[in-house]
Design a protein around this ligand. Structure first.
Ligand code: PA5
Length: 423
């Protein structure tokens, strides 16, 4: 389970925070009573039970197809943007076994010709399967990915190309009709889950399975996290404690939340978190600006700003209780000035740097929250996905915005489509 510890500062008075939490805990209790059927957000709550779209039979089917892809291909190209690829990319970057049964690469994440040219060149001599993930298949990036890779596969495999092209889309959509007509395997993008909440559906789970991740363990981790969260309707509920802290900080004049970690395996998790909170809460000219930092590297960059820049930051550390990796530092035998490190474990050094950073940032007035996950493994990732999805549901509700839409991104799309003369 994800554990939370908040270290308040003078800029975030503990009594006032406690009062805010007490005053708003009814919101948590209302959301805990929420059922996917009958709630005003009914159409978007397919993720809420954690396993609605990941029962054992579905996991088996996804694993079977994943093994087929592993047999036929050295590379899976995941084509999707925004919430359509972030969860898979986060889990795969952290958990993919070595050696990997299949390499996973990403397309449909940008509109760069240079990116595609380089990717296509790298795939020329390799066996490839493509998974195009798009909820409604109107977004430009996956559309271009499809347009680039369909002819690529036809040139490579001729009439057999269809068995190398998987479509993940909404049942009943034009995209499903296209897949059926062309003979592409079709995976379900649940109608009642938006992209950024889709980690525990075929959207996230299938690429993870192809990468060799134990998706059953990941879903079990999410279910256990849900069970723990629904069992506590008090101010101690960790997701509520986190969400209410964020909203209290916003109301106290805070503008930014930094999510920091000391394990680069979590870098893409930071991107998933950023997208989840930015698209869910950045509305009505409100919401904390989410920034994910990777320490210790970013201590030599934005760390300076956190320490001495504008005082509008709150910081959340993702701490790993049992990190992966074991490396004892050996004497160098030369006068390099680092003898004090002789015999130390690098994980312990990382811990010292983490504790020092937390202390230094707290000392300069940054309210620090520490979220501890058990380890970097499939079950912990399931727990993390569920924790933050539930937390953003609470946080956005406290903020008074709908976490499940993203009307702002339509503005640039309208101008872009006009520029492209889309009919
Ligand atoms: O989180 C979201 O809902 C969005 O970021 C979408 O995932 C993103 O816009 C891609 O949408 P689609 O799957 O329809 O291409």
């Amino acid at each position: 389970m994800i554990e939370i510890e908040t270290q308040t500062t003078a800029t975030l008075a503990p009594e006032a925070l406690a009062a805010y939490r007490r005053d708003h805990v009814a919101v948590l209790q209302r959301l805990l009573a929420t059922k996917p059927a009958g709630d005003s957000h009914e159409a978007d709550l397919g993720w809420l039970t954690a396993d609605k779209w990941a029962p054992p039979a579905r996991l088996s089917a996804l694993t079977k197809l994943a093994k087929q892809v592993q047999r036929q291909s050295q590379v899976l190209v995941v084509v999707g943007v925004g919430g359509s690829n972030q969860a898979a990319r986060a889990a795969i970057a952290a958990l993919q076994p070595d050696p990997a049964p299949c390499e996973i690469v990403y397309a449909g994440v940008n509109l760069s010709a240079a990116y595609y040219q380089r990717l296509l060149a790298s795939l020329a001599d390799r066996d490839v399967t493509i998974d195009v993930i798009a909820k409604n298949f109107q977004t430009l990036e996956p559309g271009i990915g499809f347009r680039v890779f369909k002819p690529f596969l036809v040139a490579k495999y001729g009439e057999d190309y269809a068995s190398h092209l998987i479509v993940t889309g909404t049942p009943g959509s034009a995209f499903e009709q296209l897949a059926t007509a062309a003979g592409y395997p079709f995976l379900t993008f649940p109608e009642d889950i938006g992209g950024r909440f889709s980690a525990l559906s075929a959207v996230g789970l299938f690429p993870m399975a192809v990468a060799g991740i134990d998706i059953a363990a990941l879903v079990e981790g999410a279910k256990a996290e849900r069970a723990a969260l629904v069992a506590d309707d008090s101010v101690q509920n960790p997701a509520y404690a986190y969400a209410s802290l964020r909203q209290f900080w916003r109301l106290a004049g805070g503008g930014v939340e930094v999510l920091a970690h000391f394990e680069p395996q979590l870098d893409y998790f930071g991107r998933w978190w950023t997208q989840l909170f930015a698209e869910s809460e950045g509305k009505n000219n409100s919401g904390l600006y989410p920034v994910a930092l990777s320490y210790s590297e970013d201590l030599h960059s934005l760390g300076q700003y956190v320490q001495q820049g504008q005082r509008f930051l709150a910081e959340t550390f993702l701490k790993v209780a049992t990190p992966v990796g074991d490396l004892t530092l050996q004497p160098s035998g030369v006068a390099d000035g680092f003898d004090y490190l002789d015999g130390l474990d690098l994980a312990a050094v990382n811990r010292v740097a983490e504790a020092a950073t937390i202390q230094a940032h707290q000392d300069c007035g940054v309210p620090v929250t520490v979220l501890t996950l058990p380890g970097i493994d499939a079950a912990s990732f399931g727990a993390l996905f569920y924790f933050f999805e539930f937390a953003v549901f609470i946080s956005a509700t406290l903020q008074g915005v709908n976490p499940f839409d993203q009307p702002g991104v339509e503005a640039y799309k309208a101008l872009m489509f006009a520029g492209l003369h889309r009919p």
